[in-house]
Ligand binder design. Structure first.
Ligand code: FE2
Ligand code: FE2
Length: 387
């Protein structure tokens, strides 16, 4: 097996899951990787493992470098099973290894998943272990994005093993940011942030502060490529995402039954265009919620259109608003619109839900009975243009 060298004596031994298209419901387009890192020193450390079905490949990759039985420390930065799933197989092969996890939530999580019988060693933020020439320091990043999360820093090598932070669902047989298509990786990092980390902006800000105090050459996350030539770019992106800085972009998202709400949506988009705003138009019957949320990280405006179906919003609009409520995008301005036949409740429901999500409402709900007239569509466009 081709050894992936991060730096002399440090190897990337994780696996590429090329064909994954749903990451616990978050749809992805290129698969992902589960990164694990082997550090060869007087003591041998493995940082994180991989999803359980790939345990054998992980052990094969380690075996190409060293007998797994010689591993001294297995470090679990995060209990979630994409990184801990192979702990039973690794601990079975590394009979003398200590299993290092954060106190108190790492031990609670690993015990719940894999039992209490492993030689656990709990570490707190600031604790250090020596591998010989190198040391590893643990930095707590709780709720980024589980209670147990920590990241591991090696000062001698200037490598930050950042786990999910700064990760992307990007697949390649290459491992570094300067070997692949950088804009795509940065965009995939935005998608990762949107769909996984968006609810935890304040914790992200704390992590950025912690990173700023470190001397860094490489950020090695647990998904996707490693940031070497462009690590400052991804930190800057995270600063923008967590700082809720928006761009002059509008997302016009709609569901439609007989195309009336669609006609309104297209004129809403025209209105934004008239004011010089970048517009993205999404039909919920064909567009993916995860892709919409990726754009929502930086968008300033969110307009949601929904016809009334049985006195309610449509199920697809419900899914959008539920997902938005959970992820909690900040700093958005928006409004509701839609057509109806008799009840017309959906538009007010969307308006209320946008308010509950924290969207600043910049236009009153726009409702049109049955079919929008030419004049009504003109009025919609003008209202949006004058926001
Ligand atoms: Fe995770
Ligand atoms: Fe992960």
């Amino acid at each position: 097996m081709n050894k992936k060298v991060v730096k002399p004596g440090i190897y990337s031994v994780g696996v590429v899951d090329w064909n994954l298209r749903s990451f616990h419901g978050y749809s992805i387009h290129k698969g992902t990787t589960y990164n694990a890192y082997l550090i060869m020193d007087e003591k041998i450390a493995l940082i994180d493992t991989v999803k359980a079905p790939f345990a054998e490949e992980l052990l094969d990759r380690i075996s190409a470098i060293v007998d797994p039985a010689k591993i001294d420390y297995v470090i679990s930065n995060h209990v979630e099973m994409d990184h801990s799933g192979s702990i039973p197989a690794v601990m079975n092969a590394a009979k003398n290894a200590e299993l290092i996890t954060s106190a108190p939530n790492g031990i609670k999580g690993l015990t719940a998943h894999y039992g209490a019988d492993y030689p656990y060693r709990e570490v707190k933020a600031g604790d250090t272990i020596s591998l010989g020439k190198r040391t590893l320091t643990f930095i707590g990043t709780p709720m980024l994005h589980w209670p147990d999360n920590m990241i591991t820093y090696c000062p001698e090598e200037k490598i930050l093993f950042s786990n999910d932070a700064f990760g992307q669902h990007y697949t390649s047989n290459y491992i570094f940011d300067d070997e692949i298509d950088l804009p795509t990786a940065l965009y995939d990092a935005q998608g990762y942030y949107a769909n996984i980390l968006m609810p935890f902006g304040s914790q992200v800000k704390k992590a950025i502060s912690a990173v700023e105090g470190l001397d860094i050459e490489i950020i090695a996350p647990s998904h996707g490529i490693l940031w070497r030539s462009h690590w400052k770019d991804i930190v800057e992106k995270y600063r923008q995402f967590s700082g809720e800085e928006t761009e002059d972009t509008a997302l016009v998202i709609y569901d439609t039954m007989w195309h009336s709400t669609e006609k309104m949506a297209r004129r809403v988009a025209e209105g934004f265009d008239k004011r010089g705003t970048k517009v993205l138009l999404y039909d919920l019957s064909v567009c993916d919620l995860s892709d919409i949320m990726t754009e929502m990280v930086t968008a300033r405006y969110v307009a949601v259109g929904c016809p009334t179906l049985d006195n309610q919003i449509t199920p697809r609009t419900g899914a959008l608003l539920t997902y938005m409520k959970g992820l909690g995008p900040k700093g958005k301005k928006g409004f509701a619109f839609g057509s109806y036949g008799w009840g017309g409740q959906s538009i007010d429901i969307v308006n209320k839900e946008l308010l509950a999500i924290g969207v600043e409402i910049v236009l009153d709900p726009m409702k049109i009975k049955y079919i929008p007239s030419k004049e009504q569509l003109e009025e919609i466009e003008n209202k949006v243009a004058s926001i």
